[in-house]
Design a protein around this ligand. Structure first.
Ligand SMILES: [Zn+2]
Length: 382
């Protein structure tokens, strides 16, 4: 082989090697991009008028807000969502407050899956334990993991999300979030309400979660007057895409200073057949500027014909005969009439998948109905 030939073939070999290496690099980086899903997924689990909402970030980190009521029913349903998401641990468990429909499933859940970090507002402000022995059991659980008492303004460190605490222990956010801080025009006509539900609801840990252009608010069972404290005179949150209706849609929460100022495009109510989704809450939601759709975990006996959305938006529906009985009952159904038994089979969840560009899809797991809401600039809403 002449020297020139050797140089020629050497050059060819080097180019081929570099080309192969480059192709390999591109292939590997494409594969790792695929292994990270592009969505923030939110499972709104049916815990029959309690609360359990699972957030799974694009990086696979997870945060669960509340654990429903005591007993296997709710924990089974939470575990079904956890397994659908392919999780092997819960990175953060945020307990909004210590009522039984929010912390009831915690002890059983902790037996089934590792919980790495417990977050709450600090000690309960009510004497009565809503789940017997809970406080001691909770202290034992978090002593073996991490535990944080949060204040408004704190962040929950999940990659790619801006998870901000906006209320905790009856304190509220002072410094506005990006896009917030404007005077709230609904404050002038706010009418305070007497709290008839005990002080613990008003302690709720509230979160605003931002993923790129998408923003969702979840305030647990934060009460009517706390909403004024948070939202007046200036609105520190701005507008949101998704509102997880406060307090199951009971009329002790969900004032206009909150809902109309946040201008959610979609609201999802974690009601039970007879709990929450009250007429007042429906009126506020249906008259909220820019609300496009209302989704519910249950067909609401309280909403009757006038206010319930079409069945495609409701995850757990009644038998037609039950609905007929309720609709033809002259006064709001007393607790016996037309009563549907609690679910014994799987409860159906509502799932939200949001992209950082602001587009999000809501899916009803009962019937497969889904709807995609394309990005709309929050600051430019009419
Ligand atoms: Zn509750």
């Amino acid at each position: 082989m002449k020297r020139r030939d050797f140089a020629f073939w050497w050059d060819v070999m080097m180019r081929a090697t570099i080309g192969f290496a480059l192709t390999l690099t591109l292939t590997v980086s494409a594969a790792s991009a695929q292994s990270q899903k592009p969505t923030l997924d939110i499972y709104i689990v049916d815990v029959e008028g309690g609360k359990a909402t699972l957030f799974v970030s694009p990086s696979g980190e997870s945060a669960l807000i509340d654990t429903g009521s005591p007993g296997d029913r709710d924990v089974d349903r939470i575990m079904a969502a956890i397994s659908d998401a392919g999780l092997e641990q819960i990175d953060y468990l945020i307990s909004t407050h210590y009522h039984g429909d929010h912390i009831g499933g915690m002890q059983e859940l902790a037996k089934r899956i590792p919980i790495r970090h417990f977050i709450d507002h600090g000690p309960t402000v009510e004497e009565r334990e809503h789940v017997e022995g809970f406080q001691q059991a909770y202290a034992e659980l978090y002593s073996k993991a991490r535990h944080t008492v949060v204040k408004p303004g704190d962040s929950v460190p999940i990659a790619e999300l801006d998870w901000r605490i906006v209320s905790s222990a009856a304190e509220v956010l002072d410094d506005p979030l990006p896009g917030g801080g404007q005077p709230n025009p609904y404050c002038d006509r706010f009418e305070p309400r007497e709290n008839t539900s005990g002080p613990e609801n008003g302690q709720s840990v509230g979160s605003v979660v931002t993923y790129g252009e998408f923003r969702v608010v979840d305030l647990g069972d934060l009460l009517w007057n706390n909403e004024r404290d948070l939202m007046c005179p200036n609105n520190p949150i701005g507008t949101v895409d998704l509102y997880l209706t406060s307090h199951h849609g009971l009329d002790q929460s969900g004032s206009e200073v909150l809902v109309h100022a946040l201008q959610p495009r979609v609201a999802i109510t974690q009601n039970g057949t007879r709990k929450g989704a009250s007429e007042q809450t429906f009126r506020t939601l249906h008259s909220s500027p820019n609300l496009e759709d209302l989704w519910q975990l249950h067909w609401s006996h309280n909403g009757r014909l006038e206010f319930n959305p079409a069945g495609v938006f409701i995850a757990n529906i009644e038998e037609p005969a039950t609905i007929a009985t309720i609709l033809t009952t002259p006064s709001p159904a007393p607790s016996g009439a037309g009563r549907a038994p609690d679910h014994t089979g799987p409860g159906h969840w509502i799932k939200v998948s949001a992209r950082s560009a602001g587009t999000f899809t809501v899916t009803n797991s009962r019937n497969g109905f889904s709807k995609t809401y394309s990005h709309r600039d929050r600051e430019e809403r009419p």
